[in-house]
Design a protein around this ligand. Sequence first.
Ligand SMILES: Cc1cc2nc3c(=O)[nH]c(=O)nc-3n(C[C@H](O)[C@H](O)[C@H](O)COP(=O)(O)O)c2cc1C
Length: 191
Amino acid sequence: MKKMVVGITGASGSIYAKRLIEELLKNDTYIHIICTDTGKKVMKYETDIELEQWVGELQKQHDNVVLEDNENLFSKVASGSYKFDAAVILPCSMGTLAEISSGIAKNLLCRVADVALKEKRQLVIVPRETPFNAIHLENMLKLSRLGVIILPAMPGFYHKPETLDDIVDFVVGKTLDSLSIENNLFKKWGS
Ligand SMILES: Cc1cc2nc3c(=O)[nH]c(=O)nc-3n(C[C@H](O)[C@H](O)[C@H](O)COP(=O)(O)O)c2cc1C
């Protein structure tokens, strides 16, 4: 079973993370969820979802999902010797992006990103901010040059979305594509 870390920060768009986790659970994946404190607050504000409660509901049906404590640097995912396959941070705030690009690893989420970088594992960052300032752009460029996939939460409209779910599914589908996980979340161009 693949092991993945899904990080959620206080950027707008935790609805993407919820959708991604639902899809990963269909894909026989062991999921470690890490959410920042602001991430939990923004999720509650934007979606009315209490993260702990929602994950608790998922755990009633799935034994392959765990909610990590972002302050727990003793977690197994904090160590390079625990072989997770990939980490995705979505949505990623500019603050967390800056910490990762500077090598600061003072919480579990940033430590996981640091581990992914040092162990050359797949790291996908889905930044959300607009407009970007030069610091944001430089931080993304730095990480991109280290092999990180920078996949901005920028929905396309060529698949003719009709609902909010269609727009969310486009970004989540692109994220799954970047992890080479088969999905039909949006109609692929030419299909
Ligand atoms: C409702 C709301 C929406 C926000 N949206 C964004 C955003 O889209 N991008 C961003 O970089 N920060 C956004 N912020 C600010 C971050 O939450 C803030 O910088 C925070 O310190 C990020 O911390 P974290 O990375 O530990 O979650 C938002 C804050 C709130 C309250």
